[in-house]
Design a protein around this ligand. Structure first.
Ligand code: NI
Length: 144
């Protein structure tokens, strides 16, 4: 059995109160390990929080819907694969190791020809489909 310090135990209890599950923090997070825990597309999973921001992993394939986020910018970081973000007047290609900040209020449509693994950084409570709802709207605050 691993030794748990008082501080670590305290933090786990605090996390339990916050999220309803006991989440070990103060441990490193491995992206590929987290990606191995789910297979569905377009359903962002929370892996960490920093202040009021969340880090989410998502697997994408095919086309998303046109949408925008009225209140926040949205960060896409490609961990593995290739994706595109279509805007009104241009389409940008993002490869592994590249990131893009979509400004708030700007209409965008992400898509990927083959499965692409992406990290999103955005404030807590952001809905993936933004102002457009529909079949692709994912549940928020799903931790893995
Ligand atoms: Ni978006």
């Amino acid at each position: 059995m691993k030794f748990k310090s008082k501080k670590r135990q305290f933090l786990e209890i605090r996390q339990k109160e916050k999220h309803g599950t006991c989440r070990a923090i103060m441990v490193k997070i491995n992206f590929q390990d987290k990606f191995s825990k789910f297979s569905e597309h377009w359903t962002p999973k929370v892996i960490a929080e920093m202040n009021d921001y969340q880090f989410k992993l998502v697997k994408i394939e095919g086309e998303f819907v046109w949408h925008n986020h009225d209140d926040t910018d949205e960060v896409f970081i490609v961990i593995e694969g290739k994706m595109f973000i279509e805007f009104e007047h241009e389409t940008i290609e993002l490869n592994q190791g590249e990131m893009y900040v979509v400004p708030k209020g700007v209409q965008h449509k992400p898509y990927a020809e083959q499965e692409c693994k992406v990290m999103l950084v955005e404030p807590k409570g952001v809905v993936n489909t933004g102002e457009a709802s529909g079949d692709l709207t994912a549940q928020n605050d799903v931790w893995i």
